[in-house]
Design a binder for this molecule. Structure first.
Ligand SMILES: [Zn+2]
Ligand SMILES: [Zn+2]
Ligand SMILES: [Zn+2]
Length: 377
C-alpha cells in the first residue's frame, strides 16, 4: 500500500476523482432524480439509490487486485462508487442484520456481503481512509450486478499489474475491443502502474506426487486442491464429458454471464471450471460461499449429479492459485467461442457483454488458433 500512496503529493489526480464520481455531486436547488433498485441473489438484502439525472451515467470500475479476486471468486470486482452524499436506502429493516462484514487491513472499507447467500454488496469508506489520495469517507461502493437496471458506464480500472496472465483485463482491453465499450480516451487507470497486489503461486503436488491446483479464498477459510483428470474419470461415461475435448489432462472452463451468477457473486461474469467432486456430500451442492470473507466458491450443480458418485462442481476460478496465471491455462481449456445466457446479459449490460465476449473469442483465436464451442452440459 505504501507504493500506492508514495506518489501522491497534494491533490489526487483528476482521473482518480473522476473514477470516484466526485464531479457527479448532487446539484443545489431543484433537480430531477431517478431511483435504481437492487438486491442480492436471495433477496434478503434489498436497496435502492436515488441519483440526480444530471449525474448519469456514473462511472464504474473494475478492480483486478488479488484481494478482490480471492474475496469474490470472480476475476474482477465490478463496482460503482456513489457520489459523495448519496447513500443506499436499505429496505425491509436494518441492513446490518442481513450482511456480514469482512475487514481487510489497509482496505478503505470493510467488504459487506449477504450473510444468507454470500452476494458481495459493497462497502462504505470509513473515517480518515483514502484510496490513492482521494478521501472516501462516507462514500458507498456498490456492486453493479446487483441492480435491476444499468446506470453506469464502465471506464475505470484498478491494479492492472495485479492480475498475472491477464484475467478479465486484456479480454476487455483486447486490441479492437475497447474496454467494455468505452472509447480508449475515456479509460481511467486509477492506480499507479507499479502497484502490484499479485500473489505468486508455486506448483503443488499430492502425497502420491500427482499435480494439484489450489483454490483458496482470501481469508483462507476455504482451501482445497483439484487433481487432473484420472483414468477412472476418463473411463466414466458421465464424468468424462467434463474433461477438455482438446487435452485429456485439462478440465473445461467457461465464462458465466447469467444474472443468477451476477446476483450471487456481485460481478457480471463468473469464471467457472467444472470438476468432479472428490469428497462425499449428503446433499446436492448448491451455491457455496465462504462465511468469513464472502467469496463465491462453488456454483449450483443440482443437475450435474446423476448419482452420488458422479457429482460435478462449478469452482469459481477467481480463487485459483495456478503458477501460470489467473486463467489457469495449464489446467483448463476455455470455451471461448460460445457463451451461455448471452441475450440476458446483453439486455442487462450490453457494453460489457459485447466487449468481453468479443475479446475472449479473439484471444482464443490468437492464442490457440481456435475458439472452442464445446458443451458444458
Ligand atoms: Zn442474499
Ligand atoms: Zn481490488
Ligand atoms: Zn474466506
Amino acid at each position: 500500500m505504501s507504493k500506492l500512496v508514495a506518489g501522491i503529493t497534494q491533490s489526487p489526480p483528476a482521473s482518480l476523482t473522476k473514477a470516484f464520481n466526485h464531479d457527479k455531486v448532487t446539484p443545489s436547488g431543484p433537480h430531477e432524480t431517478k431511483k435504481f433498485a437492487g438486491r442480492c441473489h436471495c433477496s434478503a438484502v434489498q436497496f435502492s439509490v436515488s441519483l440526480p439525472v444530471a449525474s448519469l451515467p456514473l462511472r464504474s470500475y473494475f478492480c483486478h487486485c488479488s484481494i478482490c479476486r480471492y474475496s469474490q471468486g470472480t476475476y474482477a470486482r465490478m463496482g460503482v462508487i456513489l457520489p459523495p452524499g448519496i447513500e443506499p436506502d436499505w429496505m425491509g429493516g436494518s441492513m446490518s442484520e442481513k450482511v456480514a462484514e469482512y475487514k481487510i487491513p489497509g482496505s478503505p472499507s470493510p467488504r459487506l456481503f449477504c450473510s444468507t447467500c454470500g452476494s458481495t454488496i459493497g462497502g462504505v469508506g470509513e473515517d480518515g481512509t483514502t484510496t490513492g489520495g482521494v478521501p472516501v469517507k462516507g462514500q458507498w461502493c456498490m456492486m453493479v450486478s446487483l441492480f435491476d437496471n444499468k446506470f453506469w458506464h464502465h471506464c475505470a480500472h484498478a491494479f492492472p499489474k495485479s492480475v498475472p496472465g491477464g484475467g478479465l483485463l486484456d479480454w476487455l482491453l483486447h486490441p479492437g475491443a475497447a474496454a467494455a465499450g468505452a472509447q480508449q480516451e475515456e479509460i481511467l487507470w486509477y492506480t499507479p502502474d507499479e502497484s502490484d497486489f499479485s500473489v505468486a503461486a508455486e506448483p503443488e503436488h499430492a502425497a502420491d506426487g500427482t499435480e494439484r491446483l489450489r483454490a483458496e479464498c482470501h481469508c483462507g477459510g476455504v482451501s482445497f486442491t483439484i487433481p487432473r483428470p484420472t483414468q477412472d474419470i476418463l473411463d466414466d461415461e458421465y464424468l468424462r464429458k467434463y474433461v477438455s475435448p482438446l487435452d485429456s489432462t485439462k478440465w473445461k472452463a467457461m465464462l458465466d454471464l447469467c444474472r443468477d451468477c451476477g446476483r450471487s457473486s456481485g460481478a457480471n461474469v463468473v469464471p467457472w471450471m467444472l470438476v468432479p467432486r472428490t469428497y462425499k456430500s449428503s446433499e446436492p451442492t448448491v451455491r457455496g460461499f465462504c462465511g468469513v470473507c464472502g467469496a463465491t466458491v462453488f456454483g449450483a450443480t443440482k443437475h450435474r449429479e446423476p448419482t452420488a458418485g458422479q457429482a460435478v462442481l462449478n469452482v469459481a476460478m477467481g480463487l485459483l492459485r495456478a503458477p501460470e496465471g489467473v486463467r489457469a491455462e495449464n489446467w483448463v481449456t476455455w470455451r471461448a467461442g460460445k457463451h451461455s445466457w448471452l441475450e440476458d446479459a446483453k439486455a442487462y449490460d450490453e457494453e460489457f457483454t459485447v466487449s468481453l465476449v468479443e475479446g475472449h473469442r479473439r484471444w482464443a483465436l490468437e492464442t490457440y488458433g481456435e475458439a472452442s464451442e464445446f458443451d458444458v452440459v
